[in-house]
Design a protein around this ligand. Structure first.
Ligand code: ADP
Ligand code: ADP
Ligand code: MG
Length: 617
């Protein structure tokens, strides 16, 4: 079986000479294999197409894919977005009393599947030319649990609650305070308990439009959970939340929605692992087609996903497995060059506002320093002081680049080129910063935006940054129409394309799928080494922090009140410091060594706390 996909956002019939039609050998023999559709864009007949692949190569905008699929998928179409549009095969199965997770790349159909189950979109079973009746839909799923589900859904007998993927849009539709929003939606009387559990009391009087992204995310999750429904659908729950909040939300969902059917899309694997009873994986080709697998136990599903090979389906989704090591990266005694060194300082806002206390510390050349700690604990403040954007209120002014001074005890093998022989030189730190919240409101092409950056684009940026982050794929799109993951990639690229000595990225993993995170890790590591710069990466996805960081900087304290930096540590010590304050330990999956959150108070949790093994063995 063969499907032809036209990526309409890439196709630009006014800028080409209809190569897809001109060069098609079938068209040359007189067949109507590719014709011009009503919107001026080509329509490819899947029945007539021979699959020669010439149109794919000839299209100047890479807008066409012709994909060969196993015959078994024929007749399994759940939904198709128009002729030559994306096809979804299969369907997740919501079950009462269970939380099911959806795991798969962006653009593979997760939101589509959820919208169908939530009754927001009627599936067309792949039939793009004729209206499909509920009778046909129900018949298609006869004999499966979905038969009854769609039957009741079509008769309006199912009560559903839905949290959309993008919470940033909520302020556009709602005027009023958090209290007013939650008050008007509370059907179960659970809002009070959840507001307390999610530590949102302080935000109750705040206008929805003034909430931070992390607050908005939690408000949206609560607004969904307090609906009196049988089925709950949550499209991503962790973006903008720190790890404490992620765990609070996961626990809240488990407790409050007990007995209900819940479906959650989530890219933070440690959280998905903790939350879901079983998972459906989605594989295929983003923007082309997606196949929903049958349910797998959560542990097995995540392990298969990380390994890159789905056993029951006999499908390889990635060349290489993503592997974790039970031990921290070896801290070598060889010397590595200090790059930036700062004295201890304090920064207080106003008379008795937020206070940040930083002990002295350093960052090495070519180092990726992971930063862990809660939101509103002074991470951005710290960076602003380092960059000289704001003055410290006590202690010496944060210093200075120091090229040429050795630093001891760093993870081996990845230092920047040594600068022996040169005397330590101090220089002003220039900083490039990607904030946590990014807005894509400009009506400007990605390409024009990237090229308009300060100093213009350097040649190496195309190879080191744009390609690995997939920017050429989306360069013709407008910033306004990008998905969350695409916008994030553009913001990261924009940050890295600036010339600077220190790069600071705040939550680069928000909205990225697992594959994008893996590419991000590679990109950042290579960039730091090759360019001899340093990176500070704030992130709340513990797997990403583990795989990415050379060392850890740990922020402790009380959000909004006080923050403290003890310094930068090796991975073992850093993870211990961080997780000890959080009260969380990780055990290892026996077969893959994947870190898994321990149930608090379990035998393993208590044993590991006693031994001081919060993360590494
Ligand atoms: P995910 O949630 O896994 O990121 P989606 O379900 O949002 O994926 O989208 C899957 C694919 O379907 C996307 O790649 C996109 O090309 C296509 N798609 C989504 N919504 C529409 C739509 N309204 N019209 C046409 N194509 C769409
Ligand atoms: P993080 O980056 O860890 O989320 P920030 O450094 O942005 O934290 O902020 C820490 C605290 O300082 C927050 O409570 C924030 O509201 C407060 N804060 C940040 N900037 C200012 C400012 N210019 N004036 C007053 N308070 C501020
Ligand atoms: Mg989605």
């Amino acid at each position: 079986m063969r499907i032809a996909i036209l990526k309409k956002d890439k196709c630009q019939p006014r800028k080409c000479t209809s190569e897809c039609i001109k060069y098609c050998p079938m068209v040359q023999t007189g067949a109507e294999t590719v014709v011009v559709g009503s919107d001026g864009k080509p329509v490819i007949s899947e029945d007539l197409c021979e699959g020669c692949g010439i149109c794919i190569k000839k299209c100047p905008f890479s807008a066409i894919s012709i994909i060969g699929l196993p015959e078994e998928l024929k007749g399994e179409e759940t939904h198709r977005y128009g002729e030559n549009g994306f096809v979804l095969y299969g369907m997740p199965i919501p079950r009462a009393g269970k939380i099911s997770g959806l795991l798969g790349e962006n653009g593979i159909g997760k939101s589509t599947a959820i919208k169908i189950l939530a009754g927001l979109q009627v599936p067309n079973l792949g039939n793009v030319t004729a209206e499909v009746s509920w009778y046909e839909i129900i018949k298609r799923y006869s004999g499966s649990e979905l038969q009854n589900y769609f039957d009741r859904l079509s008769k309006g007998k199912i009560r559903v609650a839905y949290k959309p993927q993008y919470v940033d849009a909520i302020p556009k539709f709602f005027d009023g305070t958090t209290y007013e929003l939650l008050e008007s939606t509370d059907e179960t009387g659970e809002s009070k308990r959840l507001i307390k559990a999610f530590e949102l009391e302080e935000a109750m009087k705040t206008d929805i439009k003034a909430l931070s992204g992390g607050e908005l995310q939690r408000v949206a999750i609560i607004a969904c959970m307090i609906r009196d429904a049988d089925f709950y659908f949550l499209d991503e729950i962790t973006p903008y939340l720190d790890i404490y909040q992620r765990m609070q939300v996961a626990k809240g969902i488990r407790n409050v929605l007990e007995g209900k059917a819940v479906v959650v899309v989530e890219h933070d694997l440690a959280i998905l692992d903790m939350l879901a009873d079983y998972v459906h994986l989605l594989y295929g080709e983003p923007g082309g087609y997606g196949v929903v697998t049958l349910p797998k136990s959560t542990n097995r599903g995540i392990n298969e996903y990380l390994s890159g090979f789905l056993q029951a389906e006999n499908v390889r989704i990635r060349d290489k497995p993503i592997e974790f090591s039970a031990h921290p990266p070896r801290e070598r005694q060889e010397e590595r060059n200090v790059f930036i060194e700062y004295d201890g300082f304090e920064k207080r806002y106003g008379e008795d506002g937020f206070l940040l206390e930083a002990k002295p510390g350093s960052i090495a050349l070519g180092e990726v320093l992971g930063i862990v700690g809660r939101n509103a604990i002074g991470k951005s403040t710290f960076v602003k002081v380092l960059a000289g954007e704001t003055e410290p209120t006590a202690g010496s002014k944060a210093l200075t680049g120091l090229a040429g001074k050795p630093l001891q005890g760093l993870r081996g093998g990845r230092g920047g080129a040594p600068t022996w022989g040169r005397a330590p030189q101090s220089f002003d730190i220039t900083l490039s910063y990607k904030p946590q919240y990014i807005k894509g409101e400009l009506d400007m092409k990605v390409k024009d935006f990237i090229y308009s950056l300060n100093g213009g684009l350097r040649e190496a940026d195309v190879i080191d940054v744009l390609h690995p982050l997939g920017i050429p794929e989306i360069e013709e799109k407008s910033l306004k129409e990008l998905s969350g993951g695409e916008l994030q990639s553009v913001a990261i690229a924009a940050c890295l394309c600036q010339d600077a000595s220190l790069y600071m990225l705040d939550e680069p993993s928000a909205h990225l799928d697992v594959e994008q995170k893996v590419r991000l890790i590679k990109t950042l590591r290579r960039y730091a080494e090759r360019r001899e710069v340093s990176m500070m990466i704030v992130d709340h996805d513990i797997y990403l922090i583990d795989l990415l960081s050379d060392r850890l900087m740990v922020f402790n304290g009380e959000p909004g009140v006080r923050g403290e930096i003890k310094g930068s540590f090796g991975m073992r010590e850093g993870m211990n410091l961080f997780l000890k304050e959080l009260g969380v330990t990780f055990r290892r999956d026996e077969s893959t060594l994947r870190p898994r959150i321990n149930k608090i108070g379990s035998a393993k949790d208590r044993e590991q706390k006693e031994k001081g093994q919060y993360y590494y063995l």
